[in-house]
Every structure is written in C-alpha cells, then in structure tokens.
Design a protein around this ligand. Structure first.
Ligand code: NAP
Length: 255
C-alpha cells in the first residue's frame, strides 16, 4: 500500500532540484501532487514527468513572495484539485556573499533571500493553513545545515538567518498546531547537487572538496537523497514526530 494514498500534496519550488525530486517521490507514494514554482514551464515539466510515470499532478506558477497570490493559489487549488493535506515548503535561493561587500548588493541579498526563504514559507503556510487544519495535515519545511550554523565556505548571513528562521517557524507551528493534529517538521539537507549550486561546483571545486572532506559519508548528496525523509515526514510513519528536523547531510554536523 503506497504511503501517501488519498493525500493532496503541495510542493513549492518543485520545478527544479530537491523540490522536483520530492514531488516525484510523493507521487510515487500515491499522492496527487500540486507542483508550484515561480517558473511556470519548469513546474509544468515536473508535473508532466509525474503524469508520464503514471502519477497524478497539476502545476501552477507561484512566486512565494507574493502573499496575495499565495492566498489566491490556495483557493484555486481547493476549487480545482481538492483539500490539501501535505505542504512541502521547499522554494529557496542561495547567495554566497558576505556582509562586507558593496552596501547595495548586501542589502539586495538580504531582502531577496529573506523574502523567498523565510517570508515565502510564512506566506504559503498561512495561505494553506485552513486546509491543513481541516485535513490534520503535515508540513515539511526545507531547512539546512545553516538552520544551526554559519559556514566557513562563502555564504551569506541572510541565508543563515533565513534557515535558522525556518527551523524556528517549524517549532512554533508544531507547538501551536499540534492540538489540531497538524504535524510540522523540517529537513536539513547538506550539500546537495542541484542547479542551485551548479555554478559554484563548476567554478570552485576546492569549495566542494572542503564540504566533502567534512562529510562522513564522503560524497555530495543528490536530490533523491531527500525524498525518503520527505515521504517519512509526510506519511503516517512519522505519526508521533512533530517540531523536529531530520538532517540529510551525510553526517556533516557530527564533526
Ligand atoms: P533549485 O534547484 O534552485 O530549486 C529551487 C526552485 O525554487 C527553482 O525552481 C526556483 O526557480 C524556485 N524558486 C526560486 N524563487 C522562487 C519563488 N520566489 N517562488 C517560487 N519558487 C521559487 O534549488 P534546490 O537546491 O533544489 O533548493 C531547494 C531548497 O533546498 C531551498 O530551500 C534550498 O535553500 C534548500 N537547500 C538546498 C541545499 C543544496 O545543497 N542544494 C542545501 C540545503 C538546503 P528558479 O530556478 O527559476 O529561480
């Protein structure tokens, strides 16, 4: 019996990388998947891949920074697809500039990263909250190693702040929504090979080596490595798990 039969799962940023893999995994476990991405074409491609593999999916364009659009999307999904019971807040961006660059760039990084990685998680969650409470749903937020620490490899304070925020939001929601039967957890990926870090990997193999040398499992992660934990947290297998973060980082944080 598939683990997510009779569920409708929304995945943001699902046109690429980790979100695309999670959307595919949820569909393989029987969920009907709502693929959302700022890039309409990318979202449509993920949904088509799912349907071609025999799964159920529809796609819509959504910029998670646009609060009113998130509210309108929740209504549209309720009307056109049905009651959502799983939300995976995955959409995110990363930039690797520190605090000491040109002021304009530092400020732009802060505003863009917080808008997408943190405010976006709030916007989508708030929009789907009614549906998730009604369905005793599950929320899976994508955090990071940077939900706990900053990295010595170049990274922006905004990214670290946003991912600490995602973990804090996860705990706060878990505490408040538990009595409604809604479970809220996070996943903390390590270094996962996706388009997000494609340029860095190509331009700076030394940076990748620093990461891998620090990773007990000795390899970078693949988007598919995140799928099992994402299914676990969305399914009844994790019925008594809430407010937790599952690290999927090859053991990075152990050393
Ligand atoms: P990715 O391949 O770049 O995928 C992210 C997707 O989100 C892209 O399709 C992107 O569209 C979309 N997106 C960007 N801004 C958006 C917005 N405002 N509204 C809706 N969608 C938006 O990145 P990924 O590596 O899979 O990252 C997914 C999540 O994992 C992020 O939250 C990231 O912080 C987190 N994470 C990744 C790693 C890693 O090593 N890859 C590690 C830890 C955590 P465009 O491509 O058009 O911008």
């Amino acid at each position: 019996m598939p683990l997510l039969s009779n569920h409708i799962a929304v995945v943001t940023g699902a046109g690429s990388g980790i979100g695309r893999a999670i959307a595919g995994g949820y569909a393989r476990e029987g969920a009907r998947v709502v693929v959302l991405d700022i890039n309409q074409q990318a979202a449509a491609t993920t949904a088509k891949e799912i349907r071609d593999a025999g799964g159920k999916a529809e796609s819509f364009a959504l910029d998670v920074t646009r609060r009113d659009d998130c509210i309108a999307m929740a209504k549209q999904v309720a009307d056109k697809v049905g009651p959502v019971s799983i939300l995976c807040n995955n959409a995110g961006i990363a930039r690797r500039n520190g605090m000491l660059g040109a002021a304009e760039a530092v400020i732009n990084d802060w505003e863009d990263i917080i808008a997408i990685n943190l405010n976006g998680v709030f916007n989508v969650t708030h929009a789907f909250l009614g549906a998730l409470r009604a369905s005793k749903g599950r929320i899976v937020n994508i955090g990071s190693i940077q939900s706990f620490v900053h990295l010595r490899t170049p990274s922006s304070p905004a990214y670290t702040a946003s991912k600490h925020g995602v973990l804090g939001f996860t705990k706060a929601l878990a505490a408040e929504l538990g009595k409604d039967g809604v479970r809220v957890n996070a996943i903390g990926p390590g270094f996962i090979e996706t388009p997000l870090n494609e340029k860095v990997r190509a331009a700076n193999p030394d940076l990748v080596k620093v990461f891998i040398d620090h990773t007990p499992l000795g390899r970078p992660g693949k988007p598919e490595d995140i799928v099992g934990p994402a299914i676990f947290l969305a399914s009844d297998m994790s019925a008594y798990v809430s407010g937790s973060i599952v690290m999927v980082d090859g053991g990075y944080r152990t050393i």
